[in-house]
Design a protein around this ligand. Structure first.
Ligand SMILES: [Zn+2]
Length: 157
């Protein structure tokens, strides 16, 4: 270990070498750092290190992103966004479906008589005894199940 074994943090300019290398410093600071580099080996090493990294990065990276590649990135982002919206939409549909079933059951249970316009399963939900013409309708079976479940009745036909 030598007294000259200074690490990067021993020079207050070292932290500015990276912005200097990237051209992100003001003209006055650029001049100051340039002058400092003449007399500071630590900062010269830092700059050389950054240049080496920069060169290597330039070698392995493509020259520029093509418009086609850029469009693919945009499409991927859009697709991701659509999927997120899809999840929300599916959740909304599930809630809407639940509300529809609850409403249908509420209507079925509060109606005193079945209007003419009711389809077979609705008629059956209103009056489970009138199963005359709809026994082979799967919707009726579901309605019957729902009514029995709701009324807590275990009666099996
Ligand atoms: Zn320095």
């Amino acid at each position: 270990m030598t007294p000259e074994g200074l690490n990067a943090s021993n020079c207050r300019f070292t932290a500015r070498i990276s912005p200097f290398h990237d051209g992100e410093v003001a003209a006055s600071e650029r001049q100051q750092i340039s002058a400092h580099l003449q007399e500071c080996a630590i900062c010269r090493d830092e700059l050389a290190h950054l240049q080496k990294l920069s060169d290597r990065f330039t070698q392995i990276s493509p020259p520029a992103i093509t418009p086609q590649a850029l469009r693919r990135v945009h499409n991927a982002v859009d697709a991701q966004r659509d999927r997120s919206l899809g999840r929300v939409a599916r959740a909304f549909v599930a809630v809407a479906a639940s509300l529809f079933i609850v409403t249908a059951l509420w209507v079925a249970q509060t109606s005193s008589a079945a209007p003419e316009s009711l389809v077979p399963w609705e008629t059956h939900a209103v009056d489970p005894q009138s199963t005359t013409s709809a026994n082979n309708n799967p919707e009726v079976a579901i309605a019957q199940w729902m009514v029995q479940d709701l009324s807590g009745s275990n009666a099996h036909e």
